[in-house]
Design a protein around this ligand. Structure first.
Ligand code: ATR
Length: 283
């Protein structure tokens, strides 16, 4: 029998979500098993149908399904509409609501774990893919003053910038060359890497979008990459004397918002963090 809560993706073997979600469910005495479902693209529609069953709570959605599930749900929240992706599906009496907590999870991670308030600051976001969309949405929501989106493919940065432009909020779009970064990065109080540069097992594990000499010592450098915990980008941030923060906090807080919406209860945040920290330590 399948459980009433879990995460679906393809492949799914690497997911850390069950570790901290289960710790949260156990702490609150909720008798559910948080499962990991490997769902291939051609099985997606059938799997989503099962989420309508009585008693089913929620599914966390990860790659490659975050956009493909959009036409399969009945309703999207404002966040899911704005980000253009769904990372949680909730069953509300047989009606499926698609939501996105990646951006708000990022904001909560900044606030709770670093004390950083993005309101009124200058920021640079590296990358223009799915993670960048969620973060640009979040920074706009948080009332950032000025944003530059820096991406290898400038056209993608431009498209993202114009999509989120509204009123006085008009992100700049640039490439990753030192000349282009020199005009914005040294003045930014927040630098966020959303590219796959630095990702363990990826093609560019030893790469970084920026070097220490262009980072202000007053800045916060956040890496959406969480494995390894100390990326090359974060080392550059530390070499600049700035504050670094890895992406594990965003991963957990996107899950915490999903947990709270699924269960209707406040998540035991410390227990959930302790569980994932233990899992990372033991590999
Ligand atoms: P995600 O959903 O995790 O954001 P994605 O949509 O595949 O993943 O986006 C990956 C991001 O990493 C993109 O911004 C990509 O840049 P391009 O738009 O130019 O492809 C960036 N990226 C990946 N490999 C890169 C590399 N070797 N150098 C610079 N940027 C890279």
């Amino acid at each position: 029998m399948s459980s009433n809560i879990g995460v679906m993706g393809h492949p799914i073997g690497h997911t850390k979500s069950p570790v901290f979600q289960q710790a949260g469910l156990d702490e609150l005495g909720i008798a559910e098993t948080f499962e990991a479902w490997d769902v291939a693209p051609d099985e997606l529609e059938e799997k989503v149908t099962t989420f309508r069953a009585t008693g089913f709570l929620a599914a966390c959605v990860t790659l490659p399904h975050k956009q493909a599930v959009i036409p399969l749900v009945d309703e999207l929240t404002e966040a899911a509409e704005a980000v253009g992706a769904v990372n949680w599906i909730f069953n509300r009496d047989g009606k499926l609501v698609g939501h996105n907590t990646d951006g708000t999870g990022f904001l909560r991670a900044l606030k709770e774990k670093t004390g950083f308030d993005p309101a009124g600051v200058d920021a640079v976001v590296f990358g223009a893919g799915g993670a960048a969309r969620a973060i640009v949405y979040a920074l706009k929501l948080a009332g950032i003053a000025r944003l530059t989106i820096a991406n290898r493919t400038v056209g993608k940065a431009q498209a993202l910038a114009s999509e989120f432009s509204e009123g006085r909020f008009k992100p700049d779009a640039i490439g990753l060359s030192r000349d282009e970064l020199a005009n914005c990065a040294p003045y930014a109080q927040l630098l966020v890497n959303t590219t796959s540069l630095g990702m363990a097992g990826g093609p560019a594990e030893m790469a970084t979008p920026i070097l220490a000499d262009m980072i202000s010592a007053d800045a916060l450098g956040y890496d959406a990459v969480y494995a390894p915990p100390m990326t090359k980008f974060l080392r550059e941030v530390e070499n600049a004397g700035a504050t670094s923060a890895g992406g594990m906090t965003m991963l957990v807080y996107q899950g915490i918002e999903g947990f709270e919406m699924a269960t209707g209860q406040k998540a035991p945040v410390d227990t959930m963090f302790a569980a994932i920290e233990k899992a990372f330590k033991s590999g």
